[in-house]
Design a protein around this ligand. Structure first.
Ligand SMILES: Nc1nc2c(c(=O)[nH]1)N(C=O)[C@@H](CNc1ccc(C(=O)N[C@@H](CCC(=O)O)C(=O)O)cc1)CN2
Ligand SMILES: Nc1nc2c(ncn2[C@@H]2O[C@H](COP(=O)(O)OP(=O)(O)OP(=O)(O)O)[C@@H](O)[C@H]2O)c(=O)[nH]1
Ligand SMILES: [Mg+2]
Length: 437
């Protein structure tokens, strides 16, 4: 890499301290030009920084990480500045003036680290997830994924595929001779069939990753006026949805992202479902039902004093909830509801939330396993499974062709962790990172 890149790597300004990071061959030059003398490697050193005309920029901590023992594998530097907008601006401008220096693009430090073999692609993606993590579950999942466990898994499978190809080649070489036991290849095909089911099982694990990263989807469904919007507002502790005593108030789908005991939950309020709605309301009801079909959990809400039944989409877990408990003189239908709550007083909400949490945790109980965590991973896994399947089942194909399918399967797996030509993927992957990462 010829150019030296730099960027503000810490958060929004102003801040207590702002970290400007640099990486590339001009790092030593820049640190000397700014701070006078190169600090001892990996030691935070207090220095006066000066611009190119000798004017004082800031008094800051300066760090030097000589390559290859650095985050990117290149010479890296860090300037821990006072976090004022003008301070950072002046330092970035000074850096821009140095020859072959430019602002880093999104994810470019990580990209260089990847290209220098500091980590593989799934680890880089996991680091990006770690930075986006907002819940405990997301943080733990991202950290575990940054441990190269994906690469270990895929390399293991690729070994199986290579071994299988070797056995097939051997069989091809000896096929003219008589008395060669065909059983060698037989065992290989058994292994390949097992690999196919492992791949399919692995791909199915993506659902869990989606729940952790994007949230456990809960949809509140019920008749108009049941108190759905009031419940959403109560759970989100914000006035997200309009609440009125008029039935048919909510016409659109409204969402709130909640942290329920460390798990991200997308709570969705919907239009009340009833016969003969108005035109706009009818569209809202269609949307409500669409959302409910994709839900991980439906909260079926009724006014427990005037229950109106609503039909549920099939096959989605649900809980029946009686609302407006504060108005109830006695429990009208004992045993009819899983939960009785008041979206006004908050009564019963804690119990409801622990249930949601428990179900979300259950839905992600396999989070400790190595799971694909990007659509990209799943596509490549299914691609590999397809090739493995062709090789295993198309017994009328020549052995050479079946062996070639196994090679393609191995390549697809190699592309996930980036062992195999991924140049064309890098722009897409790293552009989703933050600047300065
Ligand atoms: N100030 C600061 N804090 C930070 C980072 C950083 O870059 N700067 N990080 C940035 O993400 C994270 C820490 N990650 C890092 C990962 C590797 C290396 C590094 O220098 N690796 C060398 C040496 C390893 C060693 O000494 O054990 C290497 O891999 O060769 C530094 C930071 C979080 N905190
Ligand atoms: N007393 C009492 N009133 C409630 C409770 N929950 C909601 N309400 C009232 O019931 C009325 C309807 O509440 P909403 O939250 O708008 O009901 P909704 O289910 O969203 O209604 P639509 O959007 O029309 O489908 C409002 O007047 C609320 O103040 C509750 O727990 N107790
Ligand atoms: Mg509403």
């Amino acid at each position: 890499m010829r150019e030296t890149i730099f960027a503000l790597s810490s958060g929004a300004l102003p801040s207590g301290v702002a970290v400007v990071r640099l990486s590339g061959p001009g790092t030593c030059f820049a640190l000397e030009a700014l701070a006078g003398k190169l600090p001892e490697p990996r030691h935070a050193t207090l220095r006066t920084l000066r611009d190119s005309r000798g004017g004082i920029l800031d008094r800051s901590l300066v760090l030097f990480f000589p390559g290859p023992e650095s985050f990117t594998g290149e010479d890296c530097g860090e300037l821990h500045l006072h976090g004022g907008r003008a301070v950072v601006q002046a330092v970035l401008e000074t850096l821009s003036g140095y020859p072959d220096f430019r602002l880093a693009e999104a994810g470019e430090f990580t990209r260089r680290a990847f290209l220098n073999g500091k980590f593989d692609l799934t680890e880089a993606e996991a680091l990006s997830d770690l930075i986006s993590a907002e819940t405990e579950a997301q943080r733990r999942f991202a950290l575990a994924n940054a441990e190269s466990r994906h690469r270990a898994l895929y390399d293991g499978w690729r070994k199986t595929l290579i071994h299988a190809r070797a056995m097939i080649e051997a069989e091809l070489d000896f096929s003219d001779e008589e008395d060669v036991p065909g059983s060698v290849a037989e065992r290989v095909w058994e292994e390949i069939a097992e690999l196919r089911s492992s791949l399919e099982r692995h791909a199915a694990g993506y659902r869990t990753a989606e729940i952790i990263r994007e949230g456990f989807r809960v949809v509140i469904l019920g008749a108009p006026n049941a108190g759905k919007s009031s419940l959403l507002n109560m759970l989100a502790r914000r006035d997200i949805a309009i609440v009125t005593e008029e039935p048919g108030t909510t016409r659109d789908v409204l969402e709130a992202a909640l942290d329920v005991g460390g798990v991200k939950v997308i709570m969705t309020d919907t239009a009340g479902i009833r016969e003969n709605p108005g035109r706009v309301e009818a569209l809202g009801i269609d949307r409500a039902i669409d959302r409910a079909r994709e839900a991980d959990l439906i909260l079926l809400l009724e006014d427990c004093n005037a229950p109106v039944r609503v039909r549920l989409p099939e096959g989605i877990p649900h809980r029946r909830i009686g609302n407006k408990l504060d108005l109830a003189e006695k429990t009208l239908h004992p045993g009819h509801y899983d939960f009785l709550i008041s979206a006004h007083t908050g009564e019963g909400i804690d119990r409801l939330l622990s249930e949601v949490r428990e179900l979300a945790v259950q839905a992600t109980s396999n989070a400790g396993e190595t799971l694909p965590f990007r659509e990209r991973h799943v596509q490549l896994i299914l691609d590999a499974a397809k090739h493995v399947d062709t090789a295993a089942t198309q017994t009328s194909l020549p052995l050479e062709v079946r062996a070639e399918e196994l090679r393609l399967a191995g390549d697809a797996l190699g592309r996930i962790s980036g062992t195999i030509d991924v140049e064309d993927l890098l722009d897409t992957i790293f552009s989703q990172f933050c600047i300065g990462k």
